[in-house]
Design a protein around this ligand. Sequence first.
Ligand code: NAG
Ligand code: NAG
Ligand code: NAG
Ligand code: NAG
Ligand code: NAG
Length: 561
Amino acid sequence: MFSPNRLTVSILLLFSSLVWSGYLEYNQDVLIPEDWTHVSRVNPTDELELTFALKQQNVNLLEEILRLVSDPDSAEYGKHLSLEDVSSLVQPSELTQKVVRHWLQTHGITNCLTVSTQDFLQCTMTAEVAETLLPGSKFHRYVRHGQTLVRSSAPYSVHDDVHQHLDFVGGLHRLPPRRQVLSMEQKHSKPGLHLGVTPYVLRERYNLTASDVGTAQNNSQAVAQFLEQYYHPADLAEFMSLYGSSFQHRSQVDRVVGTQGGGKAGIEASLDIEYIMSTGANISTWVFTNPGRHESQEPFLQWMVLLSNMSGLPWVHTISYGDDEDSLSTAYMMRINTEFMKAGVRGISLLFASGDSGAGCRHLSDKLNCFRPSFPASSPYVTTVGGTSFKNPFKISYEVTDYISGGGFSNVFKMPDYQASAVEGYLKAVAGALPPQSYFNVSGRAYPDIAALSDNYWVVINRAPVPWVSGTSASAPVVGGMLSLINDQRLLKGLPALGFLNPRLYKLKGQGLFDVTEGCHLGCLDEQVQGRGFCAALSWDPVTGWGTPNYPALLDVLLAE
Ligand SMILES: *[C@@H]1O[C@H](CO)[C@@H](O)[C@H](O)[C@H]1NC(C)=O
Ligand SMILES: *[C@@H]1O[C@H](CO)[C@@H](O)[C@H](O)[C@H]1NC(C)=O
Ligand SMILES: *[C@@H]1O[C@H](CO)[C@@H](O)[C@H](O)[C@H]1NC(C)=O
Ligand SMILES: *[C@@H]1O[C@H](CO)[C@@H](O)[C@H](O)[C@H]1NC(C)=O
Ligand SMILES: *[C@@H]1O[C@H](CO)[C@@H](O)[C@H](O)[C@H]1NC(C)=O
């Protein structure tokens, strides 16, 4: 018989869940990709670690300060903040801290770590407690290539009392980031038909002389990698002995932050470290790697949390990782963008690879496609690096677009002022040849900002040189190393580090860079755009940004106060 009680109960449940709780990340993709296999539901007593992003104060002021300290025409240029300054600026209100802690305590959660800026809490709890704390969440274990991971198969909500005090909760949805490295097979290159990029080739092309190496005592640079793969110190040493004879360099990483596992070395892990240390030669180098410990961690988020908890960080960080904007919640991207601002006001330069799918393609419906921007490349507060290849593949020649180079317009972040006239110039110049307006968002943050070679690198992995490694994940450390060299010269002159580069970069209008004007990158394979995204043009473009570094010329213009 039909039970009125059941009905009443479910109506009440529905009602109470609407009134008493809300979703912080209503547009977060919660589907687990097919390459992850479901193992089981987690045991109620299994331990999880979740990260609570507490609402910060003065975010608008933070943004304004970032604009001032990064604008070379401002009197505040280079007046970077210490971590303590950032902390007093953004730390959550007493009320926010109290309400969130109280909420956690009433669920028996007391095992929490905080950070210097007080705006993250990392707490350990059992799965059972987590599911009560966050109604809707259902934790399962998944496996891929031997790596296991715990995620929620359904969206979580939070109690109405804390809703306004939190930006999001980490550890439920996002999977380990995708890397932007392409092997020869993926790129369909023809073996043997290329010169191959080595440190020598890069240093020739970008005009680095033997004396362009780091000398300042206190300079450092870092790569961040979030994979189940690791770089091997022996590979780095072998790489430098094979390719480093023409310049003074280091062959060892100075500091590894995180847990360096003992597994097989990966192309991805080796590439960044070998190349940032080739352009940023003789500069102390750090690696940020997997935080380890709990299966529920989001490695990228953990890295951002670390930055908020460490003073004395390297000045330049390069990261070769990205997700589709449309797979991430707006709440998450907005908050991570604020974290980028926090790094920027401290004088830290963050460089991200622009991605390896050109403009990307998203199938909206049967016949409807649009481009697919990627995050963090689309953040207005990082410097995004696109890819190029040599016009003549047998010679160190001028560079043209590498068709994989990620680029386009964000659907989440609006166009920052520093790039408005550059982008407008591009849109006007190529007006007749643009993809249809329905494919991209003309008011969004446009990227990349700068570029470097991304095609056919040599990398040493497991003691052996491997050719044909491609991707903008090579370009980012190459540019990062050169910015570190410029920082080095600035520090020697007593000048502040470059910090968030874009406002200054766009004011140079291409000075100090080789403009890349040829070639188009990938887009949707459909009738309307026929595989094409945007095309390079004179001056800035959403394929290669302002172009690639001509080191002595770039140093010259960036060494002025
Ligand atoms: C941040 O650093 C402090 C002091 O080093 C430490 O006690 C705390 O546990 C750290 N927080 C996290 C989230 O690791
Ligand atoms: C740098 O390299 C380019 C092309 O390889 C060359 O034309 C130029 O003269 C070089 N030197 C400087 C200082 O720009
Ligand atoms: C390499 O860097 C160290 C400081 O870290 C410096 O003392 C040394 O002179 C540098 N080497 C060269 C060739 O400039
Ligand atoms: C090096 O950096 C540390 C911390 O950032 C600072 O305390 C120290 O004074 C610096 N040393 C020099 C020589 O600039
Ligand atoms: C276009 O971008 C703006 C912000 O730059 C955003 O407000 C708007 O929703 C975006 N439009 C689409 C269709 O995504």
